[in-house]
Design a binder for this molecule. Sequence first.
Ligand code: LAC
Ligand code: ZN
Length: 455
Amino acid sequence: VKKSLVREFRKILGAQRCLDAPEDLYAYSHDCYARGKPELVLIPRTTQEVSAILRIAHREGVPVTPRGGGSSLCGATTPIRGGIVLATNQMDKILEVSQEDRLAVVEPGVVTLRLHQAVEAVGLFYPPDPASYAMSLIGGNVATNAGGPRCLKYGVTRDYLLGLEVVLADGEVLQTGSRAVKDVTGYDLTRLFCGSEGTLGVITRITVRLIPKPETKRTILTSLRTVEEASQMVSRIIGAGILPTTLEFMDQAYLQTVEELMHLGLPVEAGAMLLIEVDGFEEAVERQAGIVERFCKEHGALDVAVARTPQESDQLWKGRRMGTVALMRAAKLMISHDATVPASSIPELVAHTHEVALQADLKVVIIGHAGDGNMHPIFLLDPSRQGEMERFDKASRELFRFTVEKGGTLSGEHGIGLEKNPYLHLQVNEIGMRTMRAIKKALDPKGILNPGKFV
Ligand code: LAC
Ligand code: ZN
């Protein structure tokens, strides 16, 4: 980025939102996976400013890495080719919440939790709930098609998109979709940009679909002797026609590691734990929770606890929500995969993960959104150990190969980014790669958007 360009950007944004001091560059150099090295950080507040930035970057061929909350677990927002980090955190307005049309129009910099709170205040509901929702931005959620625990029942980010405003690589402003729930006009461009991880355009406005807020919910925590028993329980619940909001799985290694760190009284002797939540109208919730509780008791669960108030529910969630954060203290480097398999393959995936980790002499704990087969083998690594990262790469490759063989996918919800780029070909064949490259070339012919990722 030439000095003359910095001056040009300063004229558009002012000095406060055009940063090149080393400490600012450092602050914007990383996400939750890796660290890069930007030359300039630009913080636009309007679509016009984003458009002006991209017009210049396109003219000069300067790399632009769009950034939301920086909570990517796969390096989707790591700037690895220098250039500009385009931070959307100050485009943070909730422009509209419509009860009549059951939708909200927001800017990309709105924190996901803030959107949840704003719509719930008027009796509406935005279901997608990535674990990072207290810090992730809705723009990043769209760019990565983020998932979360509630996605079992409600679907992922893309299922709630009605339309987008996207600034293309050359600065042109594209509108996709509409305010209508049903819309089959032309190619589905909204979904093309959803999950494109900033490689096709910069999302500047989002129209999301909302649903009525469920009246109540019930949380059930149960510990089981083995992973197989936990998996059978998952099948039994689904088989009974119950679609829980969440069906979270924690394995013994996770329970033991978190218990050591947090002393929550987790059942360290259990082979696995399930956290099950059902929501809806009071009568239906009561009945479904009753069935789940009975299943647990009749089929040898070691323990069952049911929460009836939000406070009790928070207490049950503690081991799951705070546990993953506590894990960061248990290792120098924590990397969470999001391998996703058909639900029937969960026991095999869990067993295989432990076997692969054992052979590679790596520490792994496993949690997961079990209902939809979206597992999180979390590796607790020490890069200073001889050959640790090489062994980790090898183990990762084997696990990715395994999930694809089982009819699953490399990534259920975190995305590709830097982490899984070397493994993309395991799932996407040459024709798939060619198709993706054609799309990239058509929309970003100079390859300035989030370069080094995807294609
Ligand atoms: C979670 C993140 C790792 O579910 O996706 O906690
Ligand atoms: Zn997750």
